[in-house]
Design a protein around this ligand. Sequence first.
Ligand code: CMC
Length: 422
Amino acid sequence: MAESITITDNRTGQCLEIPIENGGVSAVAWQKLLPGIWFYDPGFVSTAAAESAITYLDGEAGILRYRGYPIEQLAEQSSYLEVAYLLLHGELPTKDQFEMWRQEITYHTFIHENVRKRFLEGFHYDAHPMGMLVSAVAALSTFYLDAKDIFDLEARNKQIIRLIAKMPTLAAATHRFSVGMPFVYPDNSLDFTSNFLSMMWKVAEPHFQADPFLSRALDILFILHADHEQNCSTTAMRVVGSSHADPYSACAAACAALYGPRHGGANEAVIRMLTSIGSMDEVDAFIAAVKAGETRLQGFGHRVYKTYDPRAKIIKRTADAVFEVTGKNPLLDIALKLEEVALSDDYFVSRHLYPNVDFYSGLIYQAMGFPLTMFPVLFAIARTSGWLAHWVELLDQDMKIARPRQLFIGSQERPYVPISER
Ligand code: CMC
């Protein structure tokens, strides 16, 4: 027998049976019985806003899968570009499909000269790279007039390829501008991640070849950050996408959502926290301050994971490989001690607070030489493929425009009082 729930309106005694489908019950069915009574769920803590076939996440068991493939296997055996294809197309590419995908992405890595010369260089000298990225992604919509043709599949695919391909170029450009270094053009003889590293770090050498271990480590981090179902930035992408805005504008909104310290800014916050703690001797005092509610343990806790974030486990292993090349990040010992103390403290255990993806990722980025301000930018490069996969999904599902209701708690009607009488 199919599972269901029955709700009773105690005012009228009327009952309604609603089937449980895919782990949820339809609020539309509920509406039939209770028009004008809304679900109150700020922060969408218990609301499923979409049916999605992209990413499966079990926060209790610590499971994360893209299109059915375990994140551990993808991180070990796949590449970011292949994962981007998987997220968008639902299947791993054949050899020929991958080669065509790789070529298309590589062909679109260049940005219009006006984006760099007139737009990016118009920012103040100390502009935050993420602020520049948010604006630059939105500005791209004005360069591609077919961006609005979102139901023309050829045009839609073109924007997807452009966005994935240009994101590393824009990201590196924001960094070069913020440190006063000349812009580096893409080197299309390099793979996706090595090309990004070349645009970041090339100085006077004719050809920049990143250390293959570091390039691979960053590629793994890109895989881990590529999607995470209905997170804050993906929700922003879906909400803006539901109005049928062009994908650059929707992506800019997603980037903006990622900017905040509760989301993509968390790894920057972790490094600031570790730096301010300063030494292993201060760890106990810091944990006491967290427990007293004076501050938060950055990089710990997650809305969905109530166990160790599976991405954090992979990142911890990747950190070891990176530190072999770069030397150990001196903040690592403080992080390890914090984790050890927190995981044996009832405050954190009882609230199911474990390290999340951001607890160790910042240490890797810092060891690789990325400034703190670039951390959310790196996240945005990777998450672009996930955002776009969700955008395509919602368009294909002909999703309604996102338009929640509210519970009004303000003043009832009252007469206007002229300013002279107030
Ligand atoms: N340090 C100390 N206490 C915490 C923390 C933390 N990092 N996170 C949650 N708590 C406590 C919180 O005070 C509350 O305690 P109480 O029940 O006594 O009031 C309880 O745990 C539940 O917390 P919440 O804020 O209601 O949980 P949430 O699901 O709304 O928030 C979170 C999730 C990620 C915003 C939060 O855990 C947090 O602020 N963590 C630190 C920032 C961080 O690492 N963010 C990155 C998230 S992963 C990357 C991404 O998805 O972008």
